[in-house]
Design a protein around this ligand. Structure first.
Ligand SMILES: Cc1cc2nc3c(=O)[nH]c(=O)nc-3n(C[C@H](O)[C@H](O)[C@H](O)COP(=O)(O)OP(=O)(O)OC[C@H]3O[C@@H](n4cnc5c(N)ncnc54)[C@H](O)[C@@H]3O)c2cc1C
Ligand code: FES
Length: 260
C-alpha cells in the first residue's frame, strides 16, 4: 500500500451498539499498532482512522459517530467502495509490564497493540473506560490477552462507575507497572501525565489532530511548541516528545489550520 488512494469494498461490519462500528476490508497493507489509514468517502471528506486489528487477510478500523464523516461511515453497507491510503505515522514501541489505558474509541489502536504485545509474550494489564458498556469495544479480547483487565464506565453499565484515572495510581502500584500506553480523549492524557510524571514512569500516548495530507506536507497537524507533525512524527508520542508540546489538552487547529 502507499500514499496513493485506492478503493476497497467493505467486507464485513460489526455493530458494537448505537453509533460504534468496526469495518473490515481485505488486508491491503501491513501496519503496526498506532499507525493509521486515511479513509475517503467520495463527495464527503477524507479522515484518519487507526488500524484497530489485522488478520491474515483482513484489516479492521473501528469508528464512533461524532459528526458528518463518521456519521456517513455508519451508513456504509457491505460491498460499498471506500478509498483507503496508508498506513501512516509512527506506532508504539513494545514494552514489558505495561499498562494499556483506553478511553472511548481510543481503545481502537490499543486492540492491535494488545495483540502485538501478547504475541511477543509481554505481560500487560488493561484499563479501559468509556461512556457506556457497548463503547468498551472488544473487551473480551482484552480480558483474554491481558494479565488483568479493569473496566470503568461513566454510567456504571460495565465495570466500575467512574473514570479510568480514578484508581490509576493504585493499579500501577498493585500491578507493578513499568510503562504506560494510552489512547483516548486529550483530557485523559493530561490527567494521566499529571499522575504518572511524578513516578518517573515512561509512556506513549496516541494523539489525534485534524489531518489533511497525512504525509507531512501541509503542516495542518503540527503541534505548537514542538514542530512535531503528528501524521509523520506521531501519532504516538512519548514523554520526551511531549515535553516541548505546549497545546496538550488545549484548543488546537481547526480544519482551516487556524487555532481555535
Ligand atoms: C491519527 C488519528 C487516528 C484516529 N483514529 C480514529 C479511530 O480509530 N476511530 C474513530 O472513531 N476516530 C478516529 N480518529 C478521529 C477521526 O479522524 C475523526 O476526526 C472522527 O471520526 C470525527 O470526524 P467527523 O467528521 O465525523 O466529526 P467532526 O465534524 O470532525 O466532529 C464533530 C464534533 O465531534 C467532536 N469530536 C470529533 N472527534 C472526537 C473525539 N474523538 N472525541 C470527542 N469529540 C470528538 C468535534 O470536536 C466536533 O465538535 C482518529 C484521528 C486521528 C488524527
Ligand atoms: S496532515 Fe499534513 S502535515 Fe500532517
Amino acid at each position: 500500500m502507499s500514499d496513493l488512494m485506492q478503493t476497497f469494498p467493505v467486507k464485513r461490519i460489526i455493530e458494537h451498539g448505537p453509533g460504534v462500528k468496526s469495518f473490515y476490508f481485505d488486508r491491503m497493507t501491513d501496519a503496526v499498532a498506532g499507525q493509521f489509514v486515511n479513509v475517503w468517502l467520495p463527495g464527503i471528506d477524507e479522515k484518519p482512522y487507526s488500524v484497530s486489528a489485522l488478520g491474515e487477510d483482513w484489516l479492521e478500523i473501528s469508528v464512533k459517530a461524532y459528526g458528518v464523516f463518521s456519521g456517513a461511515m455508519m451508513k456504509l453497507k457491505v460491498g460499498d467502495l471506500v478509498g483507503i491510503r496508508g498506513p501512516f505515522g509512527k506506532g508504539f514501541t513494545f514494552r514489558d509490564n505495561a499498562l494499556i489505558i483506553g478511553g472511548g474509541i481510543g481503545i481502537a489502536p490499543l486492540r492491535i497493540l494488545a495483540r502485538e504485545l501478547s504475541e511477543r509474550n509481554f505481560r500487560f494489564v488493561s484499563l479501559l473506560g468509556a461512556a457506556t458498556a457497548h463503547e468498551v469495544i472488544f473487551v473480551d479480547d482484552f480480558r483474554r490477552r491481558s494479565s488483568n483487565c479493569y473496566v470503568t464506565t461513566d454510567d456504571g453499565t460495565l465495570g466500575k462507575k467512574g473514570l479510568v484515572t480514578d484508581d490509576l495510581l493504585e493499579i500501577i502500584k498493585k500491578e507493578k507497572i513499568e510503562f504506560v500506553y494510552a489512547a483516548g480523549p486529550e483530557i485523559m492524557f493530561v490527567k494521566i501525565k499529571e499522575l504518572i510524571d511524578p513516578l518517573g514512569i515512561a509512556y506513549e500516548f496516541c494523539l489525534e489532530r485534524y489531518m489533511k495530507c497525512g504525509i507531512g506536507i501541509c503542516g495542518q497537524c503540527t503541534l505548537d511548541g514542538s514542530g512535531i507533525r503528528l501524521c509523520v512524527e506521531g501519532p504516538v508520542l512519548n514523554q520526551d516528545d511531549l515535553k516541548a508540546v505546549t497545546e496538550l489538552g488545549l484548543p488546537h487547529r481547526d480544519a482551516s489550520g487556524r487555532r481555535v
